[in-house]
Design a protein around this ligand. Structure first.
Ligand code: GAR
Length: 216
């Protein structure tokens, strides 16, 4: 079986995208980033993709602020299909996806979130953690379902929150973990080592065969 073709959706800097590209190009994970799609024309993520020789596509999101219009979402799907994408990785993608998209890629959309879910979902997970006064926060990679940051958790990593942390210092400490666990989660999926039972995701030592057959 060839490498797992992953499509990355990103709206901003794309440091998680870079971590995935680096792991994949170093041969650490059996993943190929097939295309990067952004709702933001000048997202640095698109530049990172181009530099790595990966197709980079801007799709205008339409008139809504927090989601894509159905037409735009259809266009995202077309681009992903054109590039033979099997798994979609949201990496700092700041828009909520509809049912149509999630049905098309059921159980095959991942997201990274800068908090230990279910704590502090939604925007500004780092600020929420500081405001709440927690002593630990972290990063979560999870499957995407119809809710906001509510899908089954694949991997998490904790970091301490320091008394003198600012949003920036905490975000940087969390990002280091995001960059580690996001490629790792994709690598587990590429190796068929992820099993999902309701909310419970386990990673088996061996190939589960979950990727065999099924749709392309
Ligand atoms: C990351 O910290 C990611 O967890 C967060 O945006 C940042 C994107 O960084 N995502 C969310 O807050 C989603 N709700 P990047 O563009 O450098 O990968």
């Amino acid at each position: 079986m060839g490498k797992l073709r992953v499509g990355v959706l990103a709206s901003g800097n794309g440091s998680n995208l870079q971590a995935i590209i680096d792991s994949s190009q170093a041969g650490k994970i059996d993943v190929e980033v097939a295309v990067v799609v952004s709702d933001v024309a000048d997202a640095h993520a698109l530049e990172r993709a181009r530099r790595a020789g990966i197709p980079a596509v801007h799709v205008p999101p339409g008139r809504f602020r927090t989601r894509l219009t159905p037409e735009a979402e259809q266009r995202f799907i077309e681009v992903l299909e054109k590039h033979g994408v099997r798994v979609v990785a949201l990496a700092g993608f700041m828009r909520i996806l509809h049912d149509d998209f999630l049905k098309r890629y059921a159980g095959r959309v991942l997201n990274v979130h800068p908090a230990l879910l279910p704590a502090f979902p939604g925007l500004h997970g780092q600020k929420q953690a500081l405001d709440y006064g927690v002593k630990w926060s972290g990063a979560t990679v999870h499957f995407v379902d119809a809710g906001v940051d509510t899908g089954p958790v694949i991997l998490q990593a904790a970091v301490p929150v320091m008394d003198d942390d600012t949003q920036e210092t905490l975000a940087a400490r969390i990002l280091e973990q995001e960059h580690r666990i996001y490629p790792e989660a994709l690598g587990l999926i590429a190796e068929n080592r992820i099993r999902v039972d309701g909310r419970l995701v386990t990673s088996a030592g061996e190939n589960t065969g979950a990727r065999g057959g099924g749709e392309a």
